[in-house]
Design a protein around this ligand. Structure first.
Ligand code: ADP
Ligand code: MG
Length: 191
């Protein structure tokens, strides 16, 4: 799936920025975590290409869960696995179907992490993106980017950044930033 190859390239390119954001309100490993995870995803998909988009996402999600140590591994792994499961074994996927599936994936992330909109997490990019995907890939990308920027004034209520309380205010959330990269990669893949 072109999406994941482009996502891996974006994560690789932006790893230092993600780690920098995580050094401000976390433990400075978000870029390295995702770089390792997406490199493993790329390797497994190249070695044994799964037959359908759903199967690709299931394999990728499994790989993220097993290779990324931080909170983001299980969360992104769940996002991809749940989205893939929703797609089932359909050989081709329309944007409308993908939007439905991604919506289920994002809900699974919210359940797993117990976070909601405004908690300064990846969900602040993923929730608006999944909704905007009903309209277009470009709208999803823009919604994710806006959502990531909008985390700056928020106080973190979930994850490591929440330990900082008020001191988390004024920094962009690393996970929301990487989610915006994933949505930009999806828009590129669709083009
Ligand atoms: P860790 O926090 O374990 O070091 P990472 O640095 O890889 O993991 O990822 C941090 C990101 O994970 C945060 O910026 C945030 O977006 C996301 N995150 C953390 N906890 C949660 C949660 N409970 N729900 C949703 N997202 C979360
Ligand atoms: Mg971290």
């Amino acid at each position: 799936m072109r999406w994941l190859a482009l996502a891996a390239a974006a994560v690789d390119r932006e790893a230092d920025r993600l780690t920098e954001l995580d050094s401000a309100i976390g433990d400075a490993d978000h870029g390295a975590n995702l770089k390792r995870g997406f490199a493993a995803v790329t390797a497994v998909l190249e070695k044994e290409p799964p037959p359908t988009p759903g199967a690709v996402l299931l394999a990728a999600g499994r790989q993220l869960i097993s290779t990324v140590g931080g909170a983001s591994g299980p969360l992104y792994g769940t996002l991809l696995r749940r989205t893939g499961k929703e797609l089932g074994d359909e050989p081709a996927v329309s944007r409308a179907r993908f939007a439905e599936a991604l919506d289920a994936g994002v809900s699974a992330v919210a359940r797993l992490g117990g976070a909601q909109a405004g908690d300064k997490t990846m969900l602040d990019a993923l929730l608006p993106a999944a909704e905007a995907l009903g309209e277009s890939f470009g709208a999803a990308r823009e919604a994710a980017e806006r959502g990531a920027l909008a985390t700056v004034p928020l106080r973190a209520r979930k994850g490591r950044a929440s330990y900082l309380g008020e001191r988390s205010v004024g920094h962009q959330d690393p996970g929301a930033t990487s989610s915006a990269l994933l949505m930009a990669a999806l828009d590129e893949a669709a083009a």
